[in-house]
Design a protein around this ligand. Structure first.
Ligand code: PEP
Length: 246
């Protein structure tokens, strides 16, 4: 099964209008690459970024969404609003959202459903803590998160899964290639019972991916791209990751 790789950047709570220079630079450096390229930006930048990236090969995504379409949820952003601003995808279940905002698998499931209703692809994040890996429970934890977080009706067209070990995010540490391989195979097997056409679903690796390790990680059979935090902030670094994914 050939899956088109996806290199998705996650700027987290970083970036102001001036940072959009990086988007201009990324657009000119990636041209039409052999992989899909996306930047998931702070909500404040999405409309401007979507205008800049219109008719280019770079897509724009959000970083979270509220499960409801509208209503009394001060400070929140709905999937419909993200789509209206020009996003085509949204990250749900990032470990920082789970930790900082108490988002559970049930929340993530509702957010993914909301994303689909708004016509967005849901990038569903899962990953174990270091203690869970040390206890030999990494695959069991991730499988359980997946089963609880992926709604019925997931397909390769509406869903991307990102495996992001919590202990690897922003730490400069990554699992071994063998561990990434084992986890991605395990995820593919686990989603077979849940997702129609599981073979076609893209599985991203995320956690301290950078230009120096991207090629080796992307070469793993069931790794179909990356979700990249820190190294997506500079177009020059992210373009090298895009090249490794292509
Ligand atoms: C992330 O936040 O999704 C991430 C993978 O961060 P970093 O690449 O900085 O570890």
């Amino acid at each position: 099964m050939t899956r088109r790789p996806l290199a998705a950047g996650n700027w987290k709570m970083n970036g102001t209008a001036a940072s959009l220079d990086e988007l201009h630079e990324l657009i000119s450096s990636v041209g039409s690459s052999g992989c899909d390229v996306m930047l998931c930006l702070p909500a404040t930048l999405i409309a401007r970024a979507a205008d800049i990236a219109a008719e280019t090969s770079v897509a724009i995504g959000g970083q979270t969404c509220h499960p409801a379409t509208s209503g009394a949820h001060t400070g929140d952003v709905s999937a419909e609003m993200l789509a209206d601003a020009g996003a085509t995808a949204v990250i749900v279940g990032h470990s920082e959202r789970r930790a900082d905002h108490g988002e559970t698998d049930a929340t993530v499931r509702a957010q993914a459903t909301a994303a689909w209703s708004a016509g967005l692809t849901a990038i569903i994040c899962v990953g174990e803590t270091e203690a869970e890996r040390d206890a030999g429970r990494a695959l069991a934890v991730v499988t359980e998160q997946l089963m609880r977080s992926i709604p019925e009706g997931a397909t390769a067209a509406n869903t991307v899964i990102a495996y992001e070990p919590v202990w690897a995010i922003g730490t400069g540490r990554t699992p071994s290639i063998t561990d990434i391989d084992e986890m991605h195979r395990g995820i593919r097997a686990a989603i077979t019972s849940r997702v129609d056409g599981a073979d076609a679903v893209r599985l991203l690796y995320g956690g301290s991916m950078k230009p120096s390790n991207a090629a080796e990680i992307m070469a793993v059979e069931d790794v179909d791209g990356g979700l990249v935090g820190g190294a997506s902030l500079k177009a020059a670094d992210f373009a090298q990751i895009v090249a490794a994914a292509s």
